[in-house]
Design a protein around this ligand. Structure first.
Ligand code: C2E
Ligand code: MG
Ligand code: MG
Ligand code: MG
Length: 288
């Protein structure tokens, strides 16, 4: 499609529009090829318990190794996939990888909760709960080991519908988390009415805890989350000082480069063999 109509009613060729469309079409076909051509990977980043001192779960993060462009960030292609509706295919693919991996780790005596990011578009998909049930059955993975991370904007697109889907997922025993908390415009009093279990404080706050106002926001969010019965997780923990502060504030879990970057499953297993975060707290670690 290369022509646009002006007010006079005849076609006007718009070169910039054309280029834009072409780029989109080629990106869409490349994403399709990525799925079929095995260019996609799932990496896993540990979430450590600040009381237990050990890895309690991991977040599944999609990676695209493009044959020519190299590594393409999800921040670039996920919004595009959402826009085109192709996210449905990507979400199904990530869910299958993550649920299979989770079941496998559990059979190997390593029961890690796996968190998967779900977009607003996915919540509009009526078949999502059924799809997840099938995958959990297929790989013998308990629902309680699956966590779905949803951003605030994901709840707000169609709140009534989102509420129903979330309630169904919650009834199934799946853990629900509010991702990037603090970056949207919804109030905690609104989202806490949804059947959610966990709150993830956005890394833009964690990054700036040396600023006393931001530190106060983080501390109050943790307290408020706890008063509402939610587990509170901090993302983007990049140094020991962040970790210490979060521990003092009573945050439940931390995730970030300070502990580990996201890793392929095999590398995560290797990392766990040597990490101080894989030993039981009582024996080896002072977390106070
Ligand atoms: P997110 O869900 O908030 O994931 C956390 C992001 O922070 C990840 O970026 C992770 O690599 C990064 N991160 C973790 N620790 C640190 C740290 O200490 N410092 C810094 N600077 N960054 C840290 P990533 O993997 O590039 O993903 C970006 C976003 O793309 C995710 O944000 C999520 O919204 C989206 N995304 C990633 N994978 C998927 C997926 O499978 N499905 C969907 N729908 N979205 C995904
Ligand atoms: Mg996330
Ligand atoms: Mg997040
Ligand atoms: Mg984030």
């Amino acid at each position: 499609y290369v022509a646009k109509r002006n007010k006079g009613g005849y076609a006007v060729y718009d070169a910039s529009y054309d280029t834009h469309q072409q780029e989109h079409l080629s990106l869409l076909s490349e994403i399709r090829q990525a799925v079929e051509g095995h260019q996609l990977r799932v990496y896993y980043q540990p979430k450590v318990g600040l009381t237990s001192g050990i890895v309690e779960g991991v977040e599944a993060l999609i990676r695209w190794e493009h044959p020519r462009r190299g590594f393409v960030s999800p921040a670039e292609f996920i919004p595009f996939a959402e826009h085109t509706g192709y996210i449905k295919v990507l979400t199904r693919w990530v869910l299958e990888q993550a649920i299979r991996q989770c079941g496998q780790w559990r059979s190997n005596g390593m029961p890690l909760q796996v968190s998967v990011n779900i977009s607003a578009r996915d919540l509009l998909n009526r078949e999502l709960p059924e799809l997840i049930v099938q995958l959990l059955d297929r790989y013998g993975t308990p629902a309680s080991l699956l966590c779905l991370e949803i951003t605030e904007s994901g709840f707000m697109e169609d709140p009534a519908h989102a509420q129903r889907v979330l309630e169904r997922l919650h009834e199934l025993g799946i853990v629900l988390s509010i991702d990037d908390y603090g970056t949207g415009y919804s109030s905690l009093s609104y989202v806490a009415r949804l059947p959610v279990d966990e709150l993830k404080i956005d890394r833009s706050f964690v990054k700036q805890m040396s600023d006393s106002t931001t530190a106060t926001i983080v501390r109050s969010t943790i307290e408020l989350g706890h008063s509402l019965g939610l587990k509170v997780v901090a993302e983007g923990v990049e140094d020991e000082a962040d970790l210490r502060t979060l521990r003092v504030y009573g945050c439940d879990q931390a995730q970030g480069y300070f502990m580990s970057r996201p890793l392929p499953a095999k590398e995560l297993e290797e990392w766990l063999k040597h990490s101080e975060w894989s030993r039981p707290v009582a024996a080896t670690r002072d977390v106070s």
